[in-house]
Design a protein around this ligand. Sequence first.
Ligand code: HEC
Length: 217
Amino acid sequence: MSDHNHNAADSNEASSDDTMTDASFDGIQQHDHPLPKWWIWLFAGCLIFAPPYFWYYHNGTEGRSLADQHDQLMAENLKLQFSQMGELKADRETLLRFTYDDSWLRVGRSIFKTNCVSCHGRDGVGQVGPNLQDDHYKNVTDIADILRVLENGANAGAMPAWKSKFSTNEIVLVSAYVASLRGKSDGTGKPAEGREIAPWPPAPPQEASAEEPASQG
Ligand code: HEC
């Protein structure tokens, strides 16, 4: 034990950059061990790096944060998917197909979030515009009427027409999303307006056979 201490003291004394500070308190002296050079440079480097980094990523410019880049990539991916999907027909059959297609409903949802939430509330709970989650509608008796309301608007423009702003694909996908909102009400949304209508028709059957061509022969 005493050997070990002795050795440690020896090696301290032997090291060339071991100096004592001038300070002496009650005969107790302090060694002067500066921080290693690499540590100081690292520290200085961080101080120099941080302000420009912060300025670049957090000055409010769009498109620089990771979240923005993610959004951009999602949007590009969406455009690609759109181009592969071809031009949809804004008819009843197409709408029904997409109403029961979860992956495309996500696209409709993003269109809804950007354009419709201001009047219809989050997830269509209703605000200026009617609640889209309940079974009551003012301008809709058949599911295809949603397409027409989207294209032409309703109530003299209180519900705007979207035909000139959206592609047909967007009209179909956002209509499908609107249709999918029905029945999601938890009773806290805007009170029902209009009259209660019959349930949407079930998913069209050709969807299943298209997915399983092998089993058909
Ligand atoms: C400026 C506000 C506003 C915006 C934005 C808006 N809506 Fe509407 N929407 C309304 C109003 C108001 C009505 C009710 C019209 C009426 O009284 O007949 C309505 C009605 C509807 C209806 C028919 C509901 C029913 O009960 O007949 C649908 C479907 C609908 N909107 C979907 C959408 C979608 C999808 C979007 C986004 C693309 C959208 N709305 C954007 C205000 C808006």
